[in-house]
Design a protein around this ligand. Structure first.
Ligand SMILES: CC(=O)N[C@H]1[C@@H](OP(=O)(O)OP(=O)(O)OC[C@H]2O[C@@H](n3ccc(=O)[nH]c3=O)[C@H](O)[C@@H]2O)O[C@H](CO)[C@@H](O)[C@@H]1O
Ligand SMILES: C=C(OP(=O)(O)O)C(=O)O
Length: 428
C-alpha cells in the first residue's frame, strides 16, 4: 500500500473563488479499458484526472502489455495497445481499484481469455459481479473460479467466439453496463442489454466507443443495442467532468457558507442531488459550463434516498451526511445501493456528530458544531466527507488512511487551499 497518507484540516474558513472540476474517475477508467480494444494506433485521452486509480490503471495496462504514458501536467494519457500480450490482471495492482474489472472485455477479445487475480474498489459491503459474469456467459464465455495457494479466488474467463445475445442487469449496474457494451462491441451479431445504466459516464463511454467505430444505440434509455463490428480504432477523446468531484465542491461551499465558481460542473449531471442541496439552502446559477454556488442562509435538514442516475448518487451520500450535521433539524438518509457505507457515522461521531444508524438508514441529528479529531477514511467518499467536516469543524482534524481519498480526487489540498481552506496533505 506504500506510505500512509494523511490530510490535516483546520476548520473555520469560508471558501471563495474559482475551482476546476477534474475529469471523471468513473468515465476515464472504462475508457482505458476501451482503449485496450484497439489493436493498432494510439488512443489519446484528455482531461484525465490525476488520481491514484488512474495511476493503477496505467500500471495495469502496462502489466497486460500495452504502452501507456500518463502526462500529468497535460492531464493526457496516451495508450498504444498493439502489443497486448498477457491476459492476467495481477492481484497486486488489480485488487487496488474497482476499474480493473473493466479491462476484461479487451482481454477476452484480444487474447481470448482473462485471468482475474483480484478486483478492488472501496469496501462498501457486498459488491457482486454476477451481472457481468452472466452476461459474458450468455455471449458464449466460460467462467471458472480456482482457489490459489494463499486462499484467494482466481477467476478465469475464456471467450471462445463471443456472440451477441439478449443480456440484462438485474439492477442497472454502472460498470456492468459498460462491460457488457464493450464485450458486445466486438462480438459477432447483435446484442440487446436490458435495464442498462443511465449514468452520464456510461454515455461518455458509449461516445468514445462510437468514435472508435462501435455501433451502439439506445444509450440513456435503459435498452442498449450493440451491433458487433470487426475492429475498433484508436481515437482522441476528452473525458467528461466528474460530477461527484463537483458535488463535493458544492458541499464545500455549503458547509463553510461560502461561494464558488465550479468550472466544468453541470446541474444536469448532479441529478436529484442538485434539487436536494437547493432544498437545504444552496443557491445555484448555471452560466454555460460554469456553475456558481453559494450558501448564505441557514442550512435546512433533508431526506435523501440514494438511487441510480438520475437519482441521488450514492457517492455523494457520505459528503451529504457530513453536511447534514450542520442542518437545523434531523435529516434522514436511506442508502439503497451499498449495504456497508455508514462507517463514516462513527468517524463523524468522534468529531461530535449525533447520527443514529439502523441498517441502511441513518438519522443525522443536526445542528451539531463539530470539533477537530483524528478520524479514518474507510473508503473514498468517507474521506471526502471527513474533509468537508474538517473544513467546518472547530480546531484541527487529521484524516488517516487517506490513500482512499487520493483514489478519486485530484490535488485536493491544493484546490481547497486556493479557495481559502487551511489544509495540508502529508505522506509518511
Ligand atoms: C468504477 C465505477 O464506476 N464505480 C462506480 C460504480 O461502481 P459499480 O459499477 O461497482 O457499481 P454497480 O452499479 O455495479 O453496483 C450497484 C449495486 O449493484 C450490485 N451489483 C452490481 C453488479 C453485479 O453484477 N451484481 C450486483 O449485485 C452491487 O452489489 C451494488 O449493490 O457505480 C457505483 C454506483 O453508482 C459507484 O458508487 C461507483 O463509484
Ligand atoms: C465506490 C466508489 O468507487 P469504486 O467503484 O471505484 O470503488 C466511489 O467512487 O465512491
Amino acid at each position: 500500500m506504500g506510505h500512509e497518507v494523511r490530510y490535516r484540516v483546520r476548520g473555520g474558513s469560508q471558501l471563495h473563488g474559482t475551482v476546476f472540476v477534474q475529469g471523471a474517475k468513473n468515465a476515464v477508467l472504462p475508457m482505458i479499458g476501451a482503449s485496450l480494444m484497439a489493436s493498432k494506433g494510439r488512443t489519446v485521452l484528455r482531461n484525465v484526472p490525476i488520481i491514484e486509480d488512474v495511476r493503477r490503471a496505467v500500471e495495469l495496462a502496462r502489466a497486460v502489455g500495452a504502452k501507456a504514458e500518463l502526462h500529468e501536467t497535460e492531464r493526457t494519457l496516451v495508450i498504444d495497445a498493439s502489443s497486448l500480450s498477457s491476459p492476467v490482471l495481477p492481484a497486486d495492482i488489480a485488487s487496488r481499484f474497482r476499474g480493473s474489472f473493466l479491462f476484461v472485455p479487451a482481454l477476452l477479445h484480444r487474447l481470448g481469455e482473462a485471468v482475474i487475480e483480484g478486483v478492488g474498489g472501496c469496501n462498501l459491503g457486498s459488491r457482486n459481479l454476477d451481472f457481468h459474469y452472466n452476461g459474458f456467459k450468455r455471449m458464449g464465455a466460460t467462467v471458472t473460479e480456482q482457489v490459489a495457494d494463499n486462499g484467494d479466488g482466481i477467476i478465469h474467463i475464456k471467450a471462445g467466439d463471443l456472440r451477441g445475445g439478449t443480456l440484462y442487469c438485474d439492477t442497472p449496474s454502472h460498470t456492468g453496463t459498460e462491460n457488457l457494451i464493450m464485450a458486445a462491441a466486438l462480438a459477432r451479431g447483435t446484442t440487446l442489454i436490458k435495464n442498462a445504466a443511465l449514468e452520464p459516464e456510461v454515455l461518455d463511454n458509449i461516445a468514445i466507443l462510437q468514435a472508435m467505430g462501435a455501433k451502439i444505440s439506445g444509450g440513456g434509455t435503459g435498452f442498449v443495442t450493440v451491433e458487433g463490428v470487426g475492429e475498433l480504432t484508436a481515437v482522441e477523446h476528452t473525458v467528461m467532468p466528474d460530477r461527484i468531484d463537483a458535488g463535493v465542491f458544492v458541499m464545500a461551499a455549503a458547509i463553510t457558507g461560502g461561494d464558488l465558481n465550479l468550472v466544468g460542473a453541470s446541474l444536469e449531471h448532479l441529478g436529484v442531488a442538485a434539487d436536494k442541496l437547493e432544498q437545504m439552502g444552496v443557491e445555484f446559477h448555471q452560466q454555460g459550463a460554469v456553475l456558481q454556488v453559494r450558501r448564505d442562509r441557514t442550512l435546512r435538514p433533508i431526506n435523501v434516498i440514494t438511487d441510480e442516475y438520475p437519482g441521488f448518487a450514492t457517492d455523494l451520500q457520505s459528503p451529504l451526511m457530513a453536511l447534514s450535521c450542520f442542518a437545523e433539524g434531523p435529516s434522514y438518509i436511506y442508502e439503497r445501493i451499498f449495504d456497508g457505507r455508514f462507517k463514516l457515522a462513527d468517524e463523524l461521531a468522534k468529531m461530535g456528530a449525533d447520527i443514529e444508524v439502523d441498517g441502511n438508514r441513518a438519522k443525522v441529528n443536526g445542528p451539531r458544531g463539530l470539533r477537530g479529531a483524528e478520524v479514518e477514511a474507510h473508503d473514498l467518499r468517507c474521506g471526502s466527507a471527513l474533509v468537508l467536516a474538517g473544513l467546518a469543524a472547530e480546531g484541527e482534524t487529521t484524516i488517516t488512511s487517506a490513500y482512499y481519498l487520493d483514489r478519486g480526487h485530484a490535488h485536493t489540498a491544493e484546490r481547497l487551499s486556493q479557495l481559502g481552506a487551511d489544509i495540508v496533505r502529508e505522506v509518511g
